[in-house]
Design a protein around this ligand. Structure first.
Ligand SMILES: *[C@@H]1O[C@H](CO)[C@@H](O)[C@H](O)[C@H]1NC(C)=O
Length: 409
């Protein structure tokens, strides 16, 4: 009798916990989250964010219980739900310098070498995988009739910065060296990155400028990337701090984990108090809010930036000021050598202003830029393009913009 009562109590406790967590997530969603006014399907958007928030919360609970890490739990569910479609594309899993990659080659024969695309997926260095981006990569390879290389770079929790970037760099170099093997035209290679993958793409382009032994990458596609970790007080950071799927809280959590930084530095990072005055004087012309066009400026009072200098923070965080982490502050001579770009920005995205600033830098140095600005989108929407009722017009609009730009290369 006693064991029966005990197990009954245990079951009841579990049910209560599940109910409590779900309720808390729902409450948190309604109290904190801003749904962008221009999103047409608001209820679907809310359901989607609720599911996302619930997954992350349960992941965090499992992590606290030492059952499995939050990113692992999230990736597991994300991969389990991925429906892989191959369209008319030959898919091959390979290793390039020990980095897992997936090659997508159109089935139809081609009389001449094809365009090449290096694709670096997003996910904050925590989420995303070759499987979850499989259908998207197939679609891009088929629609643009290109050979597409997707890089399955290593991620958190085991692999903080710079492992992911190095994996992307190694795989890209290996691909550029073996274009002939895969029937790729060396004068038509495009690098395409989404979110943190866009950051990697921007860094790789800058790093490879000195590599005269490799074919020069012909074009870049940056889809809502993060391009600097210096000024987190730009209008977009303040305006969109509670807009899914990258809220300011999630962004700073990703940054702390990705760079293995103690959470106590969070406020110092957000206020920029670790930045010495003379460094800011140098970067201000590129990173100051006054570079953001008037129509994106907001009525929110802009705080003093950077905040009062905190001397002990500088040695801990100074790497953020480096171009390796913030490609947006590369010298003019570097920027001027970068290839033609398609820049995709989303109005309701904390990272929106990164791309507006990069656009200005590229244009000021004479680099041709095609700018695609999405009014009714949200950060991370690209991956939802094939998710049926959870697909939004913005997903297709971005993909179509990427396809038509790529086809011109
Ligand atoms: C610098 O920042 C840390 C972390 O927030 C804080 O503990 C410390 O008191 C700050 N130091 C100064 C001089 O403000």
């Amino acid at each position: 009798m006693l064991p029966l009562i005990a197990s009954g109590l245990f079951l009841a406790a579990i049910c209560l916990l599940v109910l409590g967590v779900n309720l808390w997530v729902l409450l948190d969603h309604f109290l904190k989250i801003d749904v962008p006014p221009s999103i047409p399907q608001r209820t679907r958007f809310r359901i989607l964010h609720y599911a996302f928030h619930l997954t992350v919360t349960w992941g965090n609970i499992l992590e606290k219980l030492r059952i499995c890490s939050m990113p692992k739990f999230f990736q597991f569910l994300q991969d389990a739900m991925a429906i892989k479609r191959n369209y008319k594309v030959v898919v091959t899993d390979l290793y390039f310098e020990e980095v897992p990659v997936r090659l997508f080659q159109p089935k139809a024969t081609s009389s001449s070498p094809r365009r090449g695309i290096i694709f670096l997926h997003g996910g904050g260095g925590m989420f995303g995988s070759l499987d979850s981006y499989h259908t998207l990569c197939c679609f891009l390879a088929r629609e643009t009739d290109s050979v597409l290389l997707a890089v399955g770079y290593r991620k958190l929790p085991e692999h903080p910065h710079p492992v992911g970037l190095q994996d992307c760099l190694c795989a890209s170099i290996h691909f550029l060296k073996s274009l002939k093997t895969y029937g790729v035209d060396p004068s038509r290679v495009v690098i395409c990155g989404e979110s943190i993958g866009g950051s990697a793409a921007a860094s790789i382009l800058q790093i490879l400028l000195g590599r005269l032994d490799l074919p020069k990458i012909r074009a870049q596609v940056l889809i809502y990337p993060i391009l600097q970790a210096i000024n987190f007080q730009l209008p977009s950071h303040l305006q969109n701090q509670n807009v899914p799927f990258l809220t300011r809280d999630l962004m700073i959590t990703c940054i702390l984990n990705y760079f293995s930084i103690d959470p106590s530095w969070k406020d110092v990072i957000l206020t920029g108090s670790y930045i010495p005055q003379d460094t800011w004087m140098k970067y201000r012309k590129w990173l100051g809010s006054d570079n953001i066009p008037q129509r994106f400026g907001n009525k929110i009072q802009q705080p003093e930036f950077p905040g009062p200098f905190n001397k002990s923070a500088y040695p801990e965080l100074k790497d953020f000021l480096d171009i390796k982490i913030s490609p947006l502050v590369a010298d003019n001579e570097v920027i001027a050598q970068l290839p033609e770009a398609l820049l995709v920005s989303i109005h309701w995205d904390v990272l929106r202003d990164d791309i507006l600033l990069y656009k200005k830098r590229l244009e000021d140095q004479g680099v041709p830029v095609t700018w695609y600005h999405v009014e009714d989108g949200f950060h991370g929407c690209l991956l939802l393009f094939d998710k049926k009722i959870f697909s939004f017009p913005c997903c297709w609009n971005i993909i179509n913009a990427v396809v038509s730009f790529t086809k011109e290369i």
